[in-house]
Design a protein around this ligand. Structure first.
Ligand code: FAD
Length: 545
C-alpha cells in the first residue's frame, strides 16, 4: 500500500506532506467525508477556500438565505447523538442557523484540526508511477495524497455574467454567493438586483422592506411557490426527535429523498375538480409538497404540466395588484418544474410595494453597467448598490475550474468539454484515485451526499483490506453509465435539454456551456441501489491494482 514518493515542488516549510486522502471542500459533504475517513484511521486533510466550515452555508450569507428542505430532513443522519443534541429552530432553517449547525458538527466531532482554511486548490496532477495525486494550492504549496476527494459542491462556483463596464460602477456591488460577513447596510439605498432565481426570490423578499428603492431585473419569470415556514415549538421538537428513524426511513424511499413524494395516480383518470382539490391541498402545505408531492405526470406529460402551470399562474395573478406587473411575473415560456421551483415567503407581495420596480430584461435588455448603475436599451437606472443574484456554474463548474490532470496529462476540463462523463457520478475514466463527491442527482442533497461519502469510504477501506493502491473506472463502464443517464434524462422536464427556457439543471444558464443534463435523473433509491450493487460485486466497472 505504501507509495514511493517522487520529489515534487515543496511547501514553503521545505517538505511535501503526504496524506492518505486530501478532500477539497468543507461543506456538508466534505465534513462528513472527513469524519468518515478519520473514523477509519486515515491521514486526511481538508483544503477549503473559505475561512470557516459550511460551504454553501458559509458563502451564501445574503439576507433571506434559507433551506427549501425541511430542516430535520437535511441534517446529518449518521449520529443519533447529534440528532438528539441539535434543536432546529425553524422548519426551514435560515443560513445563520445552518452555518451554526455545521460549526457545531465540526466541533462535536473534532474535525476542525484537520481542515486547512483559506486554501484554494488550483489543480492536481496524477503521479502514475506512485499512484498518488500532487495537489497545488494558490499559495504555491503542494501536498500529496493517494486519494483525492473533490467535495467541491454542485452550487459553489458562482457565476458572474460578462456585462460590459462592471468595474466602472462607483457604488458597491455584491454577488449573493460572496456576501460579506458584515452584511452591508442597505437601509434607504437605491438597490438593483439582477436575477430572479431561487436566491433572488429569497433576497428580494427580505430587502424590499428596508431599501429606499429596489429595481429587479428579470430575465425569466419563475413559478415560485409558498414556503410556509414556521418556528418549531418545544412539543414539535420532541416529536421530531422521536421520529428521526421514521423521517430517514421515509427519505430513503422517496424519489428525491425529501419527505414528499410524487402522487402516482393517473392524472387524467381524475376529474378536473378532483385534481384541483389536490392542487389546493398541496398548495396549503409547506415546502416542496406542491412540486415533489404532486402528480408524477406533471413532470413528464406536457398537457398535465400545462394544467398545473396555469393553476400556479393564477395563484401569482391573485397576489400581484398591478395586472401589468403580474403578467410580467407569470412564467409562460417554460413548463412548471423545468427550472428549480423557488420557495418564497412574500415574494409577490414585494412587487405591490411602492418602492419596488420590475424590469423585464427580455423586453429591455441590459446593455452595460455604468458608473452610476445599469444601462438598459430603454434607459439608465441609478443605484447605490448592485446585487448580482446570477447563480452558479452548476454541478460541473467547481470541478472544471480546477486544473486536474489525470493519466497522460489529460485535463478534466477538456474531457468534460461536451458535458460531464462519469461512472455513478463518482469517478471519471483516466483519473484514477480521484473521487467526485459532488452529489449530482435530483436529491435532498445531504441524503445523497451521505450515501456517496459512505460509498467512497467503503471503497477506500476495501482497497486497503485487499492491498490495492489504485482504482480507475473502465471506459466501458463509464460509457454505459453516460448512455444510461442520458436516456433517463429524456423522461422528465427537469433534465430534458429540449425543454424551452432550460435551466442550470442542463447548463443553460451559462453562455458557451455544453447544454446537457447535469443531474442524474434516476430516483434516489434506484441510485443508492446501483451504487450498492457495484460495491457488492467487488467494484464492478472499476480496475483495481
Ligand atoms: C442558497 C442555496 C440554498 C440551498 N438550499 C438547499 C436545500 O434547501 N436543500 C438541498 O438539498 N440543497 C440546497 N442547496 C444545495 C447545497 O449546495 C447543498 O445542500 C449542500 O450544501 C452542498 O454541500 P457540499 O458540501 O456538497 O458543497 P458546498 O456546500 O458547495 O461546499 C463545497 C466547498 O468546496 C469549497 N471549494 C470548492 N472549490 C474549491 C477549491 N478549488 N479550493 C478549495 N475549496 C474549494 C467551497 O469553498 C465550498 O466550501 C442550496 C444551495 C444554495 C446555493
Amino acid at each position: 500500500m505504501e507509495n514511493s514518493l517522487q520529489p515534487t515542488p515543496t511547501t514553503s516549510a521545505g517538505s511535501t506532506e503526504h496524506y492518505d486522502v486530501i478532500i477539497i471542500g468543507a461543506g456538508v459533504t466534505g465534513l462528513y467525508q472527513l469524519y468518515r475517513l478519520r473514523q477509519m484511521g486515515l491521514k486526511v486533510r481538508v483544503l477549503e477556500e473559505g475561512t470557516g466550515v459550511g460551504g454553501t452555508w458559509y458563502w451564501n450569507r445574503y439576507p433571506g438565505a434559507r433551506f427549501d428542505s425541511e430542516s430535520y430532513t437535511y441534517g446529518y443522519s449518521f449520529s443519533k447523538e447529534l440528532l438528539q443534541e441539535w434543536d432546529w429552530k425553524e422548519h426551514f432553517s435560515g443560513q445563520p442557523e445552518t452555518e451554526r449547525y455545521l460549526n457545531f458538527v465540526a466541533d462535536k466531532f473534532g474535525l476542525r484540526d484537520y481542515i486547512q482554511f483559506n486554501t484554494r486548490v488550483l489543480g492536481a496532477t496524477f503521479d502514475e508511477g506512485a499512484n498518488c495525486w500532487d495537489i497545488r494550492t494558490a499559495d504555491g504549496s503542494h501536498v500529496r495524497a493517494q486519494f483525492l476527494v473533490a467535495a467541491v459542491g454542485i452550487l459553489s462556483a458562482h457565476y458572474m455574467p460578462d456585462f460590459k463596464g462592471v468595474e466602472t460602477f462607483k457604488g458597491e456591488s455584491f454577488h449573493t454567493a460572496r456576501w460579506p460577513k458584515k452584511s452591508p447596510d442597505l437601509a434607504g439605498k437605491r438597490v438593483g438586483v439582477i436575477g430572479t432565481g431561487a436566491t433572488a426570490v429569497q433576497l428580494i423578499t427580505e430587502i424590499a422592506k428596508e431599501v429606499g428603492h429596489l429595481t429587479v431585473f428579470q430575465r425569466t419569470a419563475n413559478y415560485c411557490a409558498p414556503l410556509r415556514n414556521g418556528t418549531i415549538d418545544a412539543e414539535t421538537q420532541k416529536k421530531i426527535k422521536a421520529s428521526y428513524p421514521e423521517i430517514f426511513r421515509r427519505t430513503r424511499e422517496t424519489t428525491a429523498a425529501f419527505i414528499h413524494d410524487f402522487d402516482a395516480r393517473a392524472f387524467f383518470a381524475l376529474t378536473a375538480e378532483e385534481r384541483n382539490a389536490r392542487f389546493e391541498e398541496l398548495w396549503a402545505q409547506p415546502g416542496f409538497a406542491k412540486w415533489l408531492g404532486n402528480f408524477r405526470e406533471i413532470m413528464t406529460d406536457p398537457k398535465a404540466n400545462e394544467i398545473y402551470a396555469e393553476f400556479v399562474r393564477n395563484k401569482i395573478r391573485e397576489r400581484v395588484k398591478d395586472p401589468v406587473v403580474a403578467e410580467k411575473l407569470v412564467p409562460k415560456d417554460h413548463p412548471f418544474g423545468a427550472k428549480r421551483i423557488p420557495l418564497e415567503s412574500g415574494y409577490y407581495e414585494a412587487f405591490n410595494r411602492d418602492n419596488v420596480t420590475l424590469v423585464d430584461i427580455k423586453a429591455d435588455p441590459i446593455e452595460r453597467i455604468t458608473a452610476k448603475g445599469v444601462k438598459t436599451r430603454g434607459g439608465e437606472y441609478e443605484f447605490d448598490v448592485i446585487i448580482y443574484a446570477t447563480g452558479f456554474d452548476a454541478v460541473t463548474g467547481a470541478v472544471t475550474r480546477l486544473d486536474i490532470r489525470g493519466e497522460g496529462g489529460q485535463s478534466i476540463k477538456d474531457r468534460w468539454a461536451k458535458g460531464p462523463r462519469s461512472f455513478l457520478g463518482i469517478q471519471t475514466a483516466g483519473f484514477p484515485n480521484l473521487f467526485l463527491a459532488v452529489p449530482a442527482s435530483f436529491c435532498n442533497v445531504p441524503r445523497c451526499s451521505e450515501m456517496i461519502v459512505e460509498w467512497i469510504g467503503d471503497c477506500i477501506g476495501y482497497m486497503r483490506e485487499k492491498g490495492y493502491a489504485r482504482i480507475a473506472v473502465t471506459p466501458e463502464a463509464e460509457e454505459k453509465w453516460v448512455k444510461h443517464s442520458a436516456e433517463l434524462a429524456t423522461h422528465s422536464f427537469l433534465t430534458r435539454t429540449d425543454t424551452p427556457g432550460g435551466s442550470w439543471f442542463v447548463g443553460a444558464n451559462i453562455p458557451g456551456k455544453a447544454h446537457v443534463p447535469l443531474l442524474y435523473a434516476n430516483s434516489a433509491p434506484n441510485y443508492r441501489k446501483e451504487c450498492a450493487e457495484v460495491a457488492g460485486k467487488g467494484y464492478e466497472g472499476f480496475t483495481l491494482k
